[in-house]
Design a protein around this ligand. Structure first.
Ligand SMILES: O=C(O)CCC(=O)C(=O)O
Length: 278
């Protein structure tokens, strides 16, 4: 049964049936996730910051929010940020319908914006990166907010992860942990409302290393022990085909699109219809 339904945070263990889980894992194994840099030529680091890679490989469905385009940040950062991407596979589309229905049942109407539907999926891969001879655990995410409007749902696969919702304190003081939750294999978490979306930050503090889960991904040396799918809503008018992206942003992400197109015909078609092809 869902916990704490009225608080804006809901956690359901064993949300996925073994059949759904197996189908999801089988589909995930066909993906070729990419490593993105945080900044780019036309979106350089702000003063005092340096170029850096994301800690984990990612894959997006519905629309791709390239890190160098700085993600979707309404009200001002909505244009040229969400690039049309592949649709959800059937198994995920069916889960999304159930998750949307559950969200509408359990969260307050006031916390669900008009037109809200889960049309965006970020797939995060957590594990160890090989640096020379050394395995480096990069299975964590620093505190941040998800700026897409309305509730966010997240499906977890693999080793347990500790997610914390925190309140920022003054510089030099430790953040206050307001709620923490272990996210187990096959579980669903939904959070929404002003407290969880606007006031608190969230972070993945660590991912267990029990050795019970390993996912065979197309990720070379990277050893994946957890996969998380976060489902979000971007108003459809803010999702643009690559061909309609402004010239500077298109130039910044063309290389990623070309890498994706090696394995996903969808991206090859998007590139083929874009100005400056070939
Ligand atoms: O991996 C998770 O459980 C959460 C990921 C996350 O915070 C995000 O994608 O914004």
């Amino acid at each position: 049964m869902p916990q704490a339904p009225s608080s804006g945070h809901l956690y359901e263990r064993d949300f996925l049936t073994p059949g759904q889980r197996a189908e999801l894992v089988q589909w995930l194994a066909t993906l070729h996730p990419i490593w993105e840099d945080r900044f780019s030529e036309n979106h350089p680091p702000p003063p005092g910051q340096k170029q850096r890679g994301l800690l984990r490989p990612v894959y997006w469905l519905g629309n791709w929010q390239f890190a160098c385009l700085d993600y979707y940040r309404p009200p001002h950062g909505t244009r040229d940020r969400c690039v049309r991407a592949e649709p959800f596979p059937a198994v995920l589309a069916e889960l999304v319908r159930a998750i949307e229905a559950l969200t509408k049942l359990e969260l307050r109407d006031a916390d669900i914006p008009k037109g809200w539907h889960l049309n965006t999926c970020l797939v995060n891969f957590y594990g160890d990166r090989l640096e020379g001879e050394r395995r480096v655990d990069v299975a964590r995410v620093g505190e941040h907010k998800d700026f897409e409007p309305g509730p966010v749902a997240s499906l977890s696969l693999g080793e347990r992860a500790l997610i914390q919702f925190v309140r920022s304190q003054r510089p030099g003081e430790r953040d206050e942990v307001v709620l923490q939750q272990w996210l187990e294999d096959a579980s669903l978490q939904i959070f929404g409302g002003p407290r969880f979306k606007d006031q608190l930050f969230h972070r993945v503090q660590r991912v267990e290393r029990k050795g019970t889960h390993r996912f065979p991904m197309h990720l070379g040396d990277f050893e994946t022990r957890r996969i998380n799918l976060t489902l979000r809503y971007v108003p459809d008018q803010h999702v643009v085909p690559f061909a309609q992206l402004n010239a500077k942003s298109a130039s910044d992400v063309r290389g990623y699109m070309e890498t994706l197109a090696r394995y996903a015909p969808f991206f090859a078609r998007e590139l083929a219809t874009a100005p400056g092809k070939g």
